[in-house]
Design a protein around this ligand. Structure first.
Ligand SMILES: NC(=O)C1=CN([C@@H]2O[C@H](COP(=O)(O)OP(=O)(O)OC[C@H]3O[C@@H](n4cnc5c(N)ncnc54)[C@H](OP(=O)(O)O)[C@@H]3O)[C@@H](O)[C@H]2O)C=CC1
Ligand SMILES: O=C(O)[C@@H]1CCC=N1
Length: 279
């Protein structure tokens, strides 16, 4: 599966948050290779009827209840939770029509070795770890091949996810760590915005103003680093006037264990990914 065309059939198994974001992004994208795709290319398998009705209404895509109801596909995006992945794959493991498909997993923790053991023989598999900002075209996705994926398979998947933001091909050994940085990262950043908002409110600001300032500051700082190419360290130092308020803040945050908190959080996410991979 090296190229997409208007006839490429893409099945999405799991029409939840991530599945919707990926499919919606590809349908809307004007960028190659996703630009050839429209609603007509997709079929979604999702057990919940309200969700299927929503996806049909919103995107005009065909929906079915179970993976076994998918009649044919060239690419299959596996977008169910790790906890249900193996049970779902058992239902299609012996379905010959999935034999030559390119499977694209977005599941946290599930190794290509484990997934390939459950997929129909002959299936190609590429593993990814996307994140929710792909909803607004600003995602970060890591991509790795498997023993059954060609270089072209990996490149096609990388190119498809790069239509939704940045996409990086990496070694599988690093997948859990990247999940802990960029996969889970939007939650850390949102939690930081919540914490800054609460701290601003404690200093007497309205929560609304504090939140808008925090959101704009996160956005502006990321843009500053991206657009100027300056390092995060340079960005930090540029704000820290000698003897000023920012240095006072960073010293207090350091004493409160900010770096240790990130290290512990990322290590916990890596550990949990490994556990999810064994579900
Ligand atoms: N959320 C995130 O930020 C990220 C998530 N991921 C990965 O993405 C995957 C999906 O996560 P997310 O979208 O957040 O989860 P959701 O719960 O939003 O979506 C999962 C969907 O799968 C459906 N589903 C459950 N069982 C089956 C089945 N047997 N066949 C078909 N569909 C089924 C559910 O339907 P119903 O509700 O009707 O049961 C639900 O709509 C996970 O593997 C996760 O690790 C990766 C990166 C980031
Ligand atoms: O929390 C999770 O398990 C998934 C994987 C990365 C982001 N969300």
């Amino acid at each position: 599966m090296a190229k997409l065309s208007q006839d490429t059939r893409i099945a999405l198994i799991g029409g939840g948050k991530m599945g919707e974001a990926i499919m919606g992004g590809w349908i809307a994208s004007d960028e190659a290779p996703a630009s050839v795709l429209s609603a007509a290319n997709f079929i979604v398998a999702n057990p919940g009827l309200p969700r299927r009705e929503y996806l049909e209404r919103t995107y005009g895509v065909a929906c079915v209840e179970q993976a076994t109801d998918i009649d044919a596909a060239d690419i299959v995006v596996l977008a169910v939770k790790p906890q249900v992945m193996m049970g779902m794959l058992e239902t299609i493991a012996n379905e010959a029509r999935f034999g030559e498909c390119l499977f694209v997993s977005i599941a946290a923790g599930m190794t290509t070795e484990r997934l390939l053991g459950a997929l129909p023989p002959g299936a190609h598999l590429v593993r990814t770890m996307p994140n929710t900002p792909l909803l607004v075209g600003a995602g970060a996705t890591t991509v790795c091949g498997s023993s059954s994926a060609s270089v072209e398979d990996v490149e096609l998947v990388r190119a498809l996810f790069s239509c939704l933001g940045a996409a990086f091909v990496i070694e599988e050994a690093d997948m859990d760590a990247t999940g802990a940085i960029s996969g889970s990262g939007p939650a850390y950043v949102a939690a930081m915005i919540e914490a800054l908002t609460a701290a601003g409110a404690r200093e007497g600001l309205s929560a609304d103003l504090a939140e808008r300032l925090a959101v704009q500051t996160v956005y502006g700082t990321a843009e500053l680093i991206r657009k100027t190419g300056q390092t995060p360290e340079q960005t930090r130092l540029a704000v820290c006037s000698p003897g000023g308020s920012t240095l006072a803040a960073l010293a207090a945050m350091g004493e409160a264990g900010l770096s240790r908190a990130y290290e512990a959080g990322v290590a916990a996410a890596v550990q949990r990914s490994k556990e999810l991979g064994a579900c």
